[in-house]
Design a protein around this ligand. Structure first.
Ligand SMILES: Nc1ncnc2c1ncn2[C@@H]1O[C@H](COP(=O)(O)OP(=O)(O)OP(=O)(O)O)[C@@H](O)[C@H]1O
Length: 270
């Protein structure tokens, strides 16, 4: 579904991604993890056609990204950006409807299917009651859910989510990822960049770790979500335990490091 070969991309002549090879099969739900500045957003911008590859190729559903028109590309792939453009005076519903632009007819008006898709997407992310609010009247987490709803309304076969849950509380994060898991079960291919590595381990069967623009580890969650790999990639001591309900691996930063005799919890040190 997604195929990158020797993908090099970056900004103003400076390569961030250094010759990446990546294959994501149709129906996979993959998390892209890695430290700040690793190149996750750059990869997503290259996959969604916002950044052209400096070298190498990107193919979506077997078609070279460079040869697709904007509308063809938007029918294949929808993206939730890390930093959305907050066009303050627009209403939530208008922004979510923008996800329907690849389906607009010759005269450019939204039809019943477009309104149905937008209403369903707003409902799915819990924005139904906020549909008429202006963007500048939303909280950070509400705005982030508008960006998710716009991408869902696009009804493309591939969803790219760049830190789409970073501003969401724990309940809303779980809601969003349960919704994504349901879309994935219905056939949508999902690639999600996350700093919440525990959320990634709960919902994604495969993890790709990027560091310095290269893939440092890539494999099934059970195999790569290890103390050794996480500690190496994030350059800090990480402990992995099993989730008491699901058995999924979950990470904790190693304790300790507080000034002698100080603890936020009562017991000092690791
Ligand atoms: N518009 C830009 N112009 C120049 N350099 C950029 C630009 N955007 C990002 N970079 C640089 O490219 C590198 C990769 O950034 P990128 O945003 O892809 O990382 P990331 O893994 O998404 O990071 P984070 O987890 O902090 O969001 C960083 O060194 C960053 O400073």
């Amino acid at each position: 579904m997604i195929r990158c070969r020797n993908l090099t991309s970056g900004y103003r002549g400076r390569a961030v991604l250094g010759g990446l090879d990546l294959d994501v099969a149709a129906g996979e739900m993959v998390a892209v993890l890695g430290p700040n500045g690793a190149g996750k957003t750059t990869l997503f911008l290259a996959l969604s056609g916002v950044l052209s590859p400096g070298d190498g190729t990107v193919a979506l559903a077997g078609r070279d990204l460079a040869e697709l028109t904007d509308r063809q590309r938007a029918r294949l792939v929808a993206a939730v950006p890390q930093r959305g453009e907050n066009a303050g005076e627009l209403a939530v519903r208008s922004v979510v409807l923008m996800g329907r632009y690849p389906y607009l007819g010759f005269l450019g008006g939204y039809g019943p299917d477009d309104h149905r898709a937008a209403e369903a997407a707003m409902e799915a992310v819990g924005l139904g009651e906020l549909a008429d609010r202006r963007l500048h009247e939303l909280s950070g987490g509400e705005f982030q859910r508008v960006l998710a709803a716009r991408a869902l309304a696009q009804e493309s076969g591939i969803l790219l989510l760049d830190e789409a849950s970073a501003s969401l509380d724990i309940a809303r994060k779980m809601d969003l990822y349960r919704l994504l898991a349901a879309r994935n079960a219905a056939g949508v291919t999902i690639l999600a960049a996350l700093h919440d590595i525990n959320l990634a381990a709960l919902f994604c069967g495969r993890l790709v770790f990027l560091k310095d623009g290269r893939i440092e580890a890539d494999g099934p969650t059970a195999e790569v979500f290890t103390q050794q790999t996480l500690s190496r990639i994030y350059e800090t001591d990480i402990i992995v335990i099993a989730h008491p309900q699901t058995g999924a691996p979950q990470a904790l930063a190693a304790g300790g490091g507080l000034p002698a005799g100080r603890s936020a919890y009562g017991r000092c040190g690791p």
